[in-house]
Design a protein. Structure first.
Lengths: 311, 311
């Protein structure tokens, strides 16, 4: 075997978990590395079968597995990572465009599990590094506070801002509440767009209102709601209603991560919006903003980082 | 606090994962220890919330979580175990009446994951011991070959034999194939019942037949098919048909573990059986044989074993 061929055979390789094939292919193209073959399927008894079809010995392996519905997705990802290590890969990293279990990052009531720590520990024991997009960090400011392994959090904000600039006339970026402020601010700043952060008003257990300071003066603008995760869509729907009461144009709703609890997407679409748009961190009909480039940037940094040998 | 009270407060406690409450209560009664309170629920975004409501500091905690549908059940169990450790329990053990991921215990084709090893490693890192009933051991003869922590495999065979003695007149125990032989033999031996081990004949990819050596001479008997796991029920249904062709009485079908892939239970019931009976290792309509006592025996042995301190 020539030296050139040997070098090529040892280059990085991308492996996708099921439902991640499309983004994995886009990522592999951006990185200029091949996608490896693998079989990951479920037996009738509910167990997962894993087989890696491309040689990985001595290679850096990039697993792609987004982690919405984490309780069913995590074990197959851990089993594929263990297989890759068992097959003597040089390293194995995880690209989780959506990274789960970041909300419960403290014990708010006695006896609660700090699942963010436990989940990170599990992932950290299975892979050498992790890359994600816009993780829901709140009390912790960086992933390093949670993950023991090298972890890169990229942001889709410039991509979202570019999409808005291309598709929305006279946009007004709106953050529906204080928690969404960081995402709305980042998107607006990336293109110098005007922005307003609204305030959630809790009138009762199930009655969420949005305070609307002085919205009338923005009537000539197209409202663009921005948040990181759209899950039940409660906050976004309440905001859409408030905007309609203030007689603004139907808003564009943008979420980085299309988590969408059952029925939530249809409800949001029916609430009087111009359009619902998400990034392709979780495959969904609303995906319109591609983050493959963003992920590739993070992966390149980590593949270049010096290898930590496992004990 | 009196010495007696302090001792009581430090006694073992049983915690159940969702869908395991009934068996956990039966087990706690047999052990003479309380069941602890806990909240394990799923957020709309698919993450699991965990809270332990009974103090566990300094106590031995017995988690009960059967592991059919393992890909969705395992993460919540690991998170509850981590919470219990985080709350400074003295030890945490896992009672998994059905223990998953024991089939893929070798690499049969290049690149395959040896998921049985990886899964055991995951469980071994999360709990101090494991107790199960009739694990599907094949190439490995004991759980210790797979699990790094103390592991007890109990058998339901005497319970199954007792059930047959009480409910079936003139039983003939039948093992549908070589793999089921160990379960059928154990059940028959426990009460000195006659037994026949049949042989699976694979006529094609989807055509499974059962060779029936000299079945006619058993016509006065009630056939009792015994296997450890009923999943797709293919083998059992093929056997039932063979018995009917040999004009034996409709058989009783007994499985230790009611895994039942979608539709399998109804198909088996419709195949011309007298009754389908399982142990309560997995909650199912067919449960008729209680293994709480069997599990309690294993748990008592492990709670008595000297504590290994974690590093």
């Amino acid at each position: 075997m020539s030296a050139a061929r040997r070098t090529r055979a040892r280059g990085p390789i991308v492996l996708a978990l099921p439902e991640n094939a499309r983004l994995a292919s886009a990522l592999a193209r951006r990185l200029g590395v091949p996608r490896g073959g693998r079989v990951v399927r479920r037996f009738p008894d509910g167990e997962t079968y894993v087989r890696v079809r491309t040689p990985v010995r001595g290679r850096d392996v990039v697993l792609v597995c987004t982690l919405d519905r984490p309780d069913e997705r995590t074990l197959p990802a851990l089993l594929l990572a263990a297989t890759v290590r068992d097959l003597a890969a040089r390293s194995v990293g995880l690209v989780a465009p959506y990274l789960a279990y970041l909300r419960q990052d403290a014990r708010f009531a006695p006896g609660e599990g700090v699942t963010s720590t436990y989940f990170a520990r599990l992932v950290s024991s299975a892979v050498d590094w992790v890359v994600t997009v816009d993780p829901h960090l709140h009390r912790h400011h960086t992933l390093d506070a949670v993950y023991a392994i090298p972890a890169r959090a990229l942001t889709a904000a410039p991509r979202i801002a570019a999409w808005i600039a291309r598709h929305v006339e006279r946009p007004l970026v709106l953050g529906p509440d204080a928690e969404s402020a960081q995402w709305a601010e980042a998107v607006a700043s990336a293109r110098g767009l005007p922005r307003v952060i609204l305030e959630k008003v809790r009138r009762g257990d199930r009655d969420v209102g949005i305070s609307a300071p002085d919205l009338a003066r923005w009537r000539g603008r197209t409202p663009v709601l921005v948040d990181d995760i759209i899950s039940t869509a409660r906050t976004m729907i309440a905001t859409v209603r408030q905007l309609r009461r203030a007689r603004l144009a139907p808003p564009v709703c943008i979420g980085v991560h299309a988590v969408f609890a059952a029925g939530a997407y249809d409800e949001l679409c029916a609430a009087g919006v111009a359009r619902v748009v998400t990034c392709n961190t979780i495959a969904h009909a609303s995906n319109a903003i591609d983050v493959a480039d963003v992920l590739a940037t993070g992966v390149r940094q980590l593949l270049r980082a010096p290898r930590r040998r496992r004990g």
